[in-house]
Design a protein around this ligand. Structure first.
Ligand code: ATP
Ligand code: MG
Length: 483
């Protein structure tokens, strides 16, 4: 028999620049059985909100950088139903009114009374639970954009929505595959929040980011003294996910020795903590994701076949953005709204030319690349309608041929050789992209023989500059800089 787990499933975010206040709020709320995450600034807190779901937040009013009111307004734009409580230093009527206007559920004057704080928190949570029941009713009226944060209308995206809907409320294991940045994690979250486990924790673990020797104790927990440095008993992620969903991200990166242990835990739904002999039983739903080709890894004996079959009960393949460019306008609008809101800018949209270039680009970094691009553009452009000149060269460049039909010699002339070779590049690249870089086919399309084409590609370094793999590396470098 497994022990009864009483793990906190209500998460509260505390935002205050004063460490003492953060600590005492955390202490009081943890005593009440809530899970508490604290942040020292509005900016950090927004990142926390992006990273995981919360049921409530408390924010200080006066903070350097983003004020409490500004923070509240940002939260309201992203998650209008998330209740917030404002901590005011002055308790003056004006600040209270401003807080309520910004969407606060209530406010508490500092220094606060512990009982008052506890009661206000409880009321806010009850109130939002009621509201949620109501919206749950409303959302059963299905719309084309069924999921709040996940949008798209392309047939390929609709298929994913349909899959999510069908599998969300089952306990089946789901394996999500897809290129980097396609939205695998978002699919996992959407599954969890559309399942009956939504009130219970969604616990994510990135198997690729944690060194092997730590991963085991992260997953399974450990008993006090089980190895040097294990000074206290620690609950692992599987245990923490009890009643909810465990998201095994980048599962293809897991070391074979751990794969065996994971397999057993998944099969039996029970395991022991590292250094422990008590068997712990859990009720968890497993969702795994990878951008690797697990089937191939199985063939190469890098991934256990039995584990692969255990995970691949319901496969969901998230298509690359280039395979669903119909979603671009909707996604662009979504990201514009979000970043305009976050950054107080007013970029209205893109010109038709710019949209055409983006639709023709092949987005190796997928939706994350698009998201980063829109963020940059919102910051740099600030307002108005954005034209093609604001797009990075790699997006603008490849469509030089779009201009072929309307070549006009510029007023002050041009460099003939450079222009002609740009046209050549553009033609070659289009042929390569349409043929998925199969050079025989590209050569056919251009009426060149293969050797001539290969020579040209080599001479101009087109492969290094434009091959999807090279671009992917670039996009990844870009996205890690952004974090
Ligand atoms: N359909 C969508 N609608 C809105 N935003 C999306 C959609 N799909 C993905 N995104 C956003 O794109 C970004 C990348 O998504 P996510 O992190 O889920 O991708 P991933 O496949 O897990 O990437 P990686 O393989 O690099 O871990 C996130 O900010 C996510 O919110
Ligand atoms: Mg991911």
């Amino acid at each position: 028999m497994g022990e009864v787990l009483n793990l906190p499933d209500i998460s509260v975010l505390v935002v205050d620049d004063d460490e003492t206040v953060r600590e005492s709020l955390t202490y009081i709320l943890e005593q009440e059985g809530y899970r508490v995450v604290s942040a020292a600034s509005g900016k950090d807190a927004l990142a926390c909100l992006d990273a995981e779901p919360f049921h409530l937040y408390l924010t200080d009013l006066n903070m350097p950088g983003m004020t409490g009111i500004e923070f509240m307004e940002s939260v309201f734009r992203r998650q209008p139903s998330l209740p917030g409580i404002m901590l005011t230093g002055y308790g003056s009527v004006e600040t209270a009114v401003a807080a309520m206007k910004a969407g606060a559920f209530d406010y508490i004057a500092k220094p606060f009374d512990v009982d008052e704080l506890v009661i206000t928190v409880r009321r806010a949570l009850e109130f939002s639970a009621l509201k949620e029941e109501n919206t749950a009713l409303k959302s059963s009226l299905k719309s084309k954009y069924r999921f709040v944060n996940m949008i798209g209308e392309a047939p390929a995206t609709q298929r994913i929505f349909h899959m999510i809907e069908r599998v969300a409320d089952t306990d089946s294991t789901v394996l999500i595959t897809g290129e980097s940045g396609t939205g695998k994690e978002l699919v996992a979250r959407t599954i969890h929040f559309n399942s009956s486990r939504r009130e219970r924790p969604l616990v994510a673990i990135n198997c690729g980011a944690i060194p092997e020797h730590l991963l085991e104790s992260e997953l399974f927990g450990h008993e006090k003294g089980s190895f040097t440095g294990a000074s206290a008993t620690r609950v692992g992620r599987i245990e923490a996910a009890h009643g909810g969903t465990l998201f095994l991200d980048e599962v293809g990166e897991m070391h074979p020795s751990l794969q065996v242990k994971l397999l057993r835990a998944l099969q039996e739904r029970e395991f022991e903590r590292v250094g422990g002999n008590r068997t712990i039983r859990v009720d968890v739903r497993i969702v795994a994701a990878t951008n690797q080709n697990l089937e191939q890894m199985v063939r190469e004996k890098k991934f256990r076949e039995d584990l692969y079959y255990r995970l691949n009960v319901i496969p969901i393949e998230v298509p690359a953005l280039r395979e669903r460019t119909e979603d671009l306008p909707l996604l662009i609008r979504h990201f514009l709204e979000r970043f305009n809101g976050d950054k107080g800018r007013k970029v209205e949209g893109f010109t038709d030319d710019a949209m055409a270039l983006m639709a023709a680009y092949n987005w190796p970094g997928n939706i994350r690349e698009l998201e980063n691009l829109i963020e940059r553009i919102v910051i740099l452009e600030g307002e108005g309608i954005v034209g093609p000149e604001a797009l990075p060269e790699k997006i603008g460049h490849r469509n030089v041929t779009a201009a072929l039909g309307r070549v006009v010699l510029p007023e002050d002339g041009l460099s003939f050789d450079k222009t002609v070779s740009e046209f050549e590049d553009a033609l070659i690249l289009q042929a390569l992209e349409r043929s998925s870089w199969v050079k025989n086919r590209a050569a056919q399309m251009l009426g060149l023989n293969r050797t001539t084409l290969v020579e040209k590609i080599k001479k101009r370094g087109l492969e290094e500059r434009y091959h999807p793999k090279a671009r992917l590396r670039e996009a990844q470098a870009g996205s890690s800089l952004n974090q």
